[in-house]
Design a protein. Structure first.
Lengths: 381, 496
């Protein structure tokens, strides 16, 4: 059995001496999915019976999760990025990694700017977005600088920090002034004019786990990967359902379509007798989930760059290169909020781009894995 | 390069130890010239033997010298020194280096002129003080003895509590000048061999000239040298160290200091006190929970005041907000400066009370608490709400049993005040996130500092925030990866 303690390896960003267990893996899947809910929210689904669509999305997502878990459990998946080379060969792997790097870059920029947009809009209106982005990227780079093992280990802290939000949300929806009848009818025609938009949105909010294809070497060998990932996805579905029905109970079916960012704005109504604006605490706390996901993307990008510029067996891993890549990502994010996503309309446009990128990657990556697997097994026969 | 060259030359000079140089009387006298406590006694025995005794009077026990060395030599026959002395271990010395080492560690050197041989006998002066109560970790109920500066006495205190043959003690000498004795203690068959190997490797890599206290060693053993958090436990209580050893930890005892090191530790263990196990488990759990809350109060209360008074007015209900802002309206500084100033004054008072003679200490508390606090409010330097927050957080900081942690938390509080002043609640959370990332990556002897949270060990949670009844704590902490996980003997999984 592998040792489960995780050390701060100063020698390597990618030391896999200490690995994650099943609890961490399940929570990791859950956290990387949930950030998409925070960004996209679900107010566009409009009808309570669309909750079945969320559940259906969860079931289909489970297929994707299963394919990814098979990859991570496979001999090649356990090698991480080296496994990609084994699967696709040297030239195709480098092409794949380059395209993959482009998507990670886009995802990094759009997700970070989406969070900064929310933070700026709902809490830090008096501060420039560039300052907020600078702080945010500093957190991501700091987390990533601790190495892949420690970043993945941070999942537990992320969960501890952010799970309270769900409980607070539950307390909000069971408070006295809301009406349960707003969640009815729970059955209806889901194939309405809104169906396509809804399915696209739901597929988008389940994305995220496809960016974990390199974490194979960091998972303990005794972990039942499909089971852990299944539990993680199940947690996400539960969270989404609670949240979705909660927004109907809280806002009411008539008012909900007029609400923007229902996840964030619902928090504005959370209050205790001694603390009236809990959202002032909750919104910054959500940063941990974003930082975790983006630090994983940053480290994956760093690894991809290493393997693109060097051969499969001799990647030259060094801190200056990590700093350069971090600076490129950070400055791209700052330029993005400074020049490209300045207005509300631009921000919404980039949110749409993020949604389509998420849908694309969550569809393509597992499909590619499946095809490659099938091809490999056919060649084996 | 310049420094490196300098280091090399100094090393060469210090290590020109005449390791193999032959021993002569002249060389000994030259080596110890200009040392007032260096003594040389000529001894002509009735049996016809001639001896010269060399020793440093300040380091040896003179009474024992007379009784166990000089008298037997005078009355001894013509045989060698070991046969004359008999009862004490006598070692033959043949190099100047060995002679010097022995003389400087409390031995006498006997030159047998007839046989042309040199002998060494260890008779160190006993400088230990009597066993006293622990000043740093005093508890109301429970054992009151504490370690002293004498290393062997400390071993005795541990062995009395753990009379088992598996309690092993490896000795090391550290410090090129101080030659300080260091004992590595562990329970064989219990401690993880990987852990032991790591510790031994770390000790062997220590390279420094003088070691005077345990903290100096920990700075060489730390996994993260720049962290604010202590990565090793220092305790002067034998019961704490015995408890650590029996859990499967390693202990280090340094000669000349009463503080013994236990490793590895976790962040949560810093909040544990021996008294938790004296109380009923519910009371113990309650006290431990208060300590965690107090730690959060220390870190966050004053920064929260700054955040609320600067940016986040809406967090508080109107009535509370009016109180804060009305009293603050007379203060000319912004909340961050106000909080910095008052926190600094508190730290000055704390430091002053530590350095002052004990009899003046309480008076200083009165002066600080009443005069400065009240005067600060009256003169408009600070609002009364802030003074209350500062006082509460100051008191709360002392609830953490580990004093090193107390000081770390105060420094973190200053950083949080700055962040809260810059960005309000967002700044505070940013500080917490950075802190969490740091703690997440921190290790103590290569073990996760935040175990059993991450990695998550469910069984270990019986003794983290809640102190479960002792009967339920049948297993040793999982993060230590001990060879024998069970504390009960019924499992037949005994220590090897």
């Amino acid at each position: 059995m592998d040792r489960v303690n995780i050390i701060n390896s100063k020698k390597s960003y990618f030391s896999s001496k200490h690995k994650i267990d099943s609890v961490m893996l399940a929570l990791l899947i859950n956290r990387v999915q949930v950030i998409h809910l925070i960004i996209f929210s679900t107010e566009r689904l409009q009808y309570p019976h669309m909750v079945w669509l969320i559940i259906l999305g969860g079931v289909i997502s489970q297929l994707n999760i299963y394919i990814l878990s098979r990859w991570l459990s496979s001999h090649m998946g356990k090698k991480g990025i080296v496994g990609i080379f084994d699967m696709f060969g040297d030239v195709f792997s480098k092409i794949f990694l380059f395209v993959w790097l482009c998507f990670m870059f886009i995802k990094f920029i759009t997700i970070s700017s989406a969070y900064i947009y929310l933070l700026h809009k709902y809490l830090m209106t008096q501060h420039p977005k560039t300052t907020l982005m600078l702080i945010f990227t500093m957190i991501i780079v700091y987390l990533a600088s601790k190495g892949f093992s420690n970043t993945l280990k941070f999942t537990i802290i992320t969960f501890v920090f952010s799970i309270g939000v769900l409980f607070l949300f539950i307390s909000l929806i069971i408070s006295s002034f809301v009406s349960v009848q707003d969640v009815f009818p729970l059955f209806g025609n889901i194939f309405n004019s809104n169906f396509l938009i809804s399915i696209v949105l739901i597929w988008g909010i389940f994305s995220g786990p496809e960016y974990l294809i390199f974490i194979g070497p960091y998972i303990r060998s005794d972990v039942n990967i499909p089971k852990s990932m299944f539990i993680g996805n199940l947690l996400t579905v539960t969270e989404y359902v609670i949240f979705y029905l909660g927004t109907f109970i809280f806002y009411g079916a008539d008012f909900l379509p007029y609400v923007q960012h229902s996840y964030i704005s619902a928090m504005g109504y959370l209050q205790f007798r001694s603390i009236q604006r809990l959202d002032m605490i909750i919104l910054p706390v959500l940063i941990v989930s974003f930082a975790l996901f983006l630090a994983i993307i940053l480290l994956s990008s760093f690894k991809a760059v290493l393997y693109i510029i060097s051969s499969k067996n001799k990647p030259i891993e060094n801190t200056p290169l990590f700093i350069i890549i971090s600076l490129i990502f950070a400055s791209a994010c700052i330029s993005f909020v400074l020049k490209v996503a300045t207005t509300e309309i631009q921000a919404l446009f980039w949110n749409q781009i993020l949604l389509y990128v998420s849908i694309f990657t969550y569809t393509i990556i597992p499909t590619m894995m499946l095809i490659a697997f099938l091809g490999k097994s056919r060649r084996g026969k | 390069m310049f420094f490196r060259r300098n280091n090399k030359s100094s090393k060469k000079k210090l290590n020109s130890d005449n390791v193999t140089e032959n021993l002569t009387a002249e060389k000994i006298e030259n080596l110890f010239s200009n040392m007032a406590d260096f003594n040389k006694i000529n001894l002509n025995t009735p049996g016809g033997n001639e001896y010269i005794l060399y020793f440093l009077k300040s380091l040896i026990n003179v009474d024992q010298l007379n009784l166990t060395v000089i008298l037997p030599l005078l009355h001894g026959n013509k045989g060698s020194v070991p046969s004359s002395i008999g009862s004490i271990e006598v070692t033959e010395i043949d190099t100047l280096h060995k002679a010097m080492e022995n003389l400087l560690t409390g031995s006498i050197l006997i030159e047998d002129i007839v046989q042309e041989k040199y002998w060494s006998i260890v008779i160190p002066r006993d400088l230990s003080r009597s066993i006293d109560t622990s000043q740093q970790e005093s508890i109301l109920y429970g054992p009151n003895d504490s370690f002293v500066e004498q290393i062997d006495q400390n071993i005795t205190l541990i062995r009395r509590r753990l009379p088992i043959a598996q309690l092993k003690c490896k000795d090391f000498t550290i410090g090129s000048m101080s030659k300080t004795k260091l004992y590595l203690i562990y329970i064989d068959g219990l401690v993880d061999s990987e852990l032991l190997k790591t510790m031994e490797e770390k000790i062997r890599n220590i390279d420094y000239d003088v070691f005077l206290n345990s903290s100096e060693i920990t700075s060489f053993l730390d996994d993260n040298k720049n962290s604010l958090f202590p990565q090793y436990q220092l305790s002067d209580r034998p019961d704490v160290i015995v408890s650590a050893l029996s859990s499967g930890k390693i202990s280090l005892i340094l000669d000349g200091t009463p503080f013994v090191i236990a490793a590895p530790i976790t962040f949560f263990e810093l909040f544990q006190s021996p008294e938790d196990y004296v109380h009923r488990w519910l009371v113990g759990s309650f006290l431990r929970t208060i300590r965690f809350v107090a730690f959060l109060i220390t870190l966050l209360l004053v920064p929260a005041y700054v955040a609320i008074a600067t940016y986040n007015y809406e967090i508080l209900p109107l009535q509370s907000l009016i109180i804060v802002l009305t009293y603050r309206s007379n203060v000319p500084f912004n909340p961050m400066i106000e909080a910095f100033a008052m926190s600094l004054i508190l730290e000055i008072l704390k430091e002053a009370s530590l350095r002052m003679p004990q009899k003046i200490g309480p008076s200083l508390g009165v002066v600080g608490g009443i005069v400065i606090g009240q005067a600060a409010i009256d003169s408009g330097i600070a609002g009364p709400v802030l003074v209350v927050c500062i006082a509460i957080s100051g008191l709360a900081s002392f609830l953490v049993p580990n004093y090193l942690m107390t000081n770390s938390s105060k420094l973190i509080q200053f950083i949080f005040i700055g962040l809260a002043g810059l960005w309000g609640s967002f700044g505070m959370i940013i500080g917490l996130v950075f802190l969490a990332i740091h703690l997440n990556s921190l290790t103590s002897l290569d073990r996760s500092y935040i175990a059993p949270l991450a990695p998550f060990y469910l069984k270990d949670w019986k003794d983290v925030i809640i102190r479960s009844p002792v009967q339920l704590m049948k297993t040793r902490p999982e993060y230590l990866q001990t060879q024998n996980k069970n504390r009960t003997s019924s499992t037949k999984e005994n220590i090897k």
